[in-house]
Design a protein around this ligand. Sequence first.
Ligand SMILES: Cc1cc2nc3c(=O)[nH]c(=O)nc-3n(C[C@H](O)[C@H](O)[C@H](O)COP(=O)(O)O)c2cc1C
Length: 163
Amino acid sequence: MPDSLHCRIVEIADLPLYDPDLDNDPRPEPWVRFRREIAEADGVLFVTPEYNRSIPGALKNAIDVGSRPYGKSVFSKKPAAIVTASPGSLGGFGCNHHLRQCCVFLDMPTMQQPEAYLSNISDEKFGRDGAILDESLAKLLGKLGQAYAGWVDLITAGRAGLA
Ligand SMILES: Cc1cc2nc3c(=O)[nH]c(=O)nc-3n(C[C@H](O)[C@H](O)[C@H](O)COP(=O)(O)O)c2cc1C
């Protein structure tokens, strides 16, 4: 990632399933923490595997949690990009495009190019510590990082211009 992007992982594993009946004070603490972390970020880079040709339930739940209460979505207007990865040859294409569909309703300006369907991902491409072991994959991800940094700058500057 270029120096201008300070990336960090936002935990989603502890989020209770979204239920509007629980969305009153006091709310589940993990929902409050998750919404705060997304609200503080300048953008959201989704990186996910594909489950049954779609979005893994845990990620979809996180999207649902962040999108409510209605009218108070923390995702609104945040520049997004989507990376899907799979041990198979399709690179999570189905999930990638289902996620794009969510981003339309979430009103997230979503980077169109370069697309990132990372296929045939294995321990030979990523080390257990997350290190990238494959040179062509490193190049591709480098280009993606540059493009996303530019996208965040563009959308942020555009928003400032409109304010
Ligand atoms: C419930 C489930 C459904 C899956 N469905 C797909 C799928 O539709 N397409 C795909 O490429 N991989 C699928 N996979 C494999 C995941 O891509 C793979 O598990 C993921 O990359 C995480 O890797 P890991 O299981 O080695 O941690 C599925 C895995 C699970 C557990």
